[in-house]
Design a protein around this ligand. Structure first.
Ligand code: URP
Ligand code: ZN
Ligand code: ZN
Length: 477
């Protein structure tokens, strides 16, 4: 037998081309592309279907500690199961450092949570919440050397927000070690100021979450993060961008030749602030940061995707159950939006939403879709060409799509640990029906055939995008 599997007669698309061809797989890798490739133990008929690189969702939160009494709805098993049903073959969750914790210890804890539990492949970003001398001088450089080549910093959130000095220090380590910094750009003090004022006025319903984090809060922090990165001369990724002002900050930086990258998410394309305005507490289902904005902001995010300002489309999957005192309906959350856990589920719906709203409605091409959902993630985070493409030698990470299938998104179709989807009732055309990780089906024709633990931890190279562009402000003179 020449091959283990041949996927026959599908339309194969990568970031750069679309062709009718067969895909032959041996030992978990793509072994040949073309016609009449020979024999295989198994022939998969993909006629009438798209054969795409499996999605890589490089921004998900799984089994992450939150405030006391709050529990995230997905662990590594349920989150990666949902990912597989959503056409993804790899996710990049975060290993979150809390104040006082050793980063190395954090990474060990996350491996204990993830190893042997995943349905698709995973790799961790780090979150730096305590930029001590030991973290900056020893732990971070060693961890980057061990393949943890990206880390996120927060400019907001109690217990997580870094000062400008701390941001600069983390950025300087990233520059020295070749790591990529992801930035959550919202101004913490401005949010606290507005939250205090809103609470004093009795404006505590979930919808005021959006009022407390208006566009200038995000624009200012985006501008500041870019300025700090420029001083240090380090590339950064601004994550989950929600509006035109922040997008234009990134565009201007890119036009000035800075290596500033951008990411946006489904919630900024199809939800708005009005969704937070539900009856009683139902608006809590949409509380995430930055909040969804308005239709003009949605249009700006589309432009960011179409014009290459944003290179990544991720879910920012951060699930909390709604009807649960450990989730959105935590007793404290009922007293003020300030205490409603931030984050919404989306790892299973990211790809169908972009396919339907983007490819289906002529806003992005099929090849752009592949780049925005798989290839760019692999390139950005040191996984390419092993992951993110359909090419000889790459892992056989493949999603087979029925481009004609119409699905109305509803919670009963979802496979994760959450009890609601913020995309309830949205009808999409185009759906991933089968997902294969390293040559083995996890989902086949809509049914689970994979097993927990078959997904592996993947050690990453340094990002080619993280190479500094020039000289830091202290080297320039
Ligand atoms: O509200 C959000 N986005 N929660 C997830 C954590 C983050 O900031 O990415
Ligand atoms: Zn964030
Ligand atoms: Zn996030």
């Amino acid at each position: 037998m020449d091959f283990d599997t041949i996927i026959r007669s599908g339309t194969v698309a990568t970031e750069s081309q679309t062709q009718q061809c067969d895909v032959a797989i041996r030992d978990g890798r793509i072994a040949a592309l073309g016609r009449d490739l020979g024999d295989a133990r198994e022939i998969v008929d993909a006629s009438g279907h798209l054969v795409l690189p499996g999605g890589i969702d490089s921004h998900v939160h799984l089994a992450q500690p939150s405030a006391p009494g709050i529990v995230m709805a997905d662990d590594f098993a349920s989150g990666t199961l949902a990912a597989a049903f959503g056409g993804n073959t790899m996710v990049l969750p975060f290993a979150l450092q809390q104040k006082g914790q050793s980063l190395r210890e954090v990474v060990k804890q996350y491996h204990a949570k993830a190893d042997g539990r995943c349905y698709v492949d995973v790799s961790f970003h780090l979150i730096i919440a305590d930029a001590t001398e030991r973290v900056l001088g020893q732990e971070l450089p060693a961890l980057v050397g061990d393949g943890y080549t990206s880390f996120k910093v927060f400019m907001t959130y109690e217990g997580l927000a870094l000062s400008d000095m701390e941001m600069l220090n983390v950025m300087a380590v990233a520059r020295e070690t070749g790591a990529l910094v992801m930035v959550h750009a919202e101004n913490y003090d401005a949010i606290r100021f507005l939250t205090d004022r809103l609470e004093r006025a009795g404006k505590t319903a979930p919808k005021f979450h959006a009022t407390s984090r208006p566009i200038p809060v995000e624009r200012e922090a985006t501008h500041r993060a870019i300025s700090l990165a420029e001083l240090v001369d380090v590339p950064i990724m601004i994550v989950h961008v929600s509006n035109r002002d922040a997008m234009e900050e990134i565009r201007r930086a890119q036009e000035r030749g800075l290596k500033i990258y951008g990411e946006t998410c489904p919630q900024y394309l199809v939800l708005t602030e009005k969704d937070l305005d539900g009856l009683n507490m139902t608006g809590a289902k949409y509380v995430c940061s930055p909040p969804p904005r308005d239709t003009a902001s949605q249009q700006a995010c589309w432009e960011g995707l179409q014009q290459g300002v944003f290179s990544l489309f991720s879910s920012d999957h951060c699930p909390f159950r709604y009807d649960d005192p450990k989730g959105k309906l935590h007793p404290k959350g009922r007293t003020s939006f300030r205490w409603v856990p931030n984050g919404i589920p989306g790892v299973e719906t990211r790809l169908p939403i972009l396919y339907s709203e983007g490819v289906g409605k002529g806003r992005v091409s099929l090849n752009e879709f592949v780049a925005l959902t798989a290839t760019n993630h692999a390139r950005t985070y040191g996984l390419y060409p092993r992951k993110g493409t359909i090419a000889v030698g790459s892992d056989a990470d493949i999603a087979i799509w029925d481009p004609a299938r119409e699905v109305t998104i509803t919670q009963t179709l979802m496979h994760g640990g959450c009890d609601y989807t913020p995309y309830e009732g949205i009808t999409v055309k185009g759906w991933p029906v089968s997902t294969m990780v390293r040559g083995k089906f996890v989902v086949r024709d809509g049914a689970l055939v994979g097993r927990e633990g078959a997904g592996l931890y993947i050690t990453r190279e340094k990002s080619p995008l993280a190479v500094p562009g020039g000289r830091s402000a202290w080297e320039a003179t």
